[in-house]
Design a protein around this ligand. Structure first.
Ligand SMILES: [Zn+2]
Length: 84
């Protein structure tokens, strides 16, 4: 499966494509992040869910420029580590 980075258009592709019927956001993606974002009350898209892809280079650049914020690491500890 392939998706394109929402920012630069770079192709992001699943690794281990042989895997299963898992949802795209549960698959392993090479050199990027693919996940679901959900709109909440206040957005005209309230209730809608979207699958988006961002390549690792754009994550790095957007972190440096402040366009995205680091939120935590879900692999740290039993409950993960998250900023408040
Ligand atoms: Zn990108």
């Amino acid at each position: 499966m392939k998706m394109n980075c929402i920012r630069c258009g770079a192709e992001i592709e699943t690794i281990h494509e042989h895997d299963d019927n898992s949802k795209p956001e549960q698959k392993m993606w090479g050199d990027g992040v693919v996940d679901v974002i959900a709109a909440n009350y206040g957005s005209k898209h309230d209730g809608e869910m979207y699958l988006i892809a961002v390549c690792d280079n754009c994550i790095d650049n957007c972190l440096l420029s402040g366009k995205i914020k680091w939120r935590g690491n879900y692999m740290a500890g039993s409950n993960g580590f998250f900023l408040k």
